[in-house]
Design a binder for this molecule. Sequence first.
Ligand code: FPP
Length: 247
Amino acid sequence: MEDLIDKTNVPRHVAIIMDGNGRWAKKNGSMRVKGHQSGVKSVREVTEIAAEVGVKYLTMYAFSTENWSRPEYEVNALMHLLVSTIRKETRGLQKNNIKLRAIGNLDSLPSVCQKELNEAIKITANNTGLHLILALSYSGRWDIVNACKQLAEDAKSGIINPKDIDNDVFANYLDTKEYPDPELMIRTSGEMRISNFLLWQLAYSELYITETLWPDFNKEEFLKAIIAYQRRERRFGKTSEQLSKIN
Ligand code: FPP
């Protein structure tokens, strides 16, 4: 299936809402936590295939601001899973030249998570391949409000003139400032929502929603999403006719 990919039109940045772990567990007669554990394999597979086809940035919604209100045992299990996964996978990231990064309110994570995450970020800092960006304790509204706070401070102290604020200036205050906007956003489990993910950054992203539950999402499913993306016409508000004149 990889042969069907047009290597000249691979999205630079793919963002993923990994949904359906709980439903997968229920379907398989196990606890929700088992669904999250099984989802780690999909994270690994998708990271590998994304790097292989030439995606440069892969952002995965691993824990949202709203996820803090899940039952305490599930939050704890997710935090443990995060720590153990980072511990286990860092060597693989190194081997595959992958640079680990994170966005979100990282200070709100348990200190053991922060420590493990920061270590892996440091170890992989000089890698030049795929950037794997984990969205942790992240929400789009949090990101925007946080950017506004910093922008207001800079305006107050005269670092920036409010008249100069435009899209680019604003984007530079977001947690994603180092990354281009995603060209493609994938959501598993069939839900037709953005769920407070990258609200600003997804303005012109192509959305691909599949019924497949996250633990069943694999390399082939990822390639299917890329192929669907490559069949889309991205107009950015222009007409088809205008686009064909440019090309
Ligand atoms: C949503 O499924 C999934 C999450 C809230 C967590 C995603 C985490 C992982 C895949 C594992 C950890 C990842 C890393 C990077 C270590 P859900 O629980 O909302 O499923 P449901 O909608 O079927 O209940």
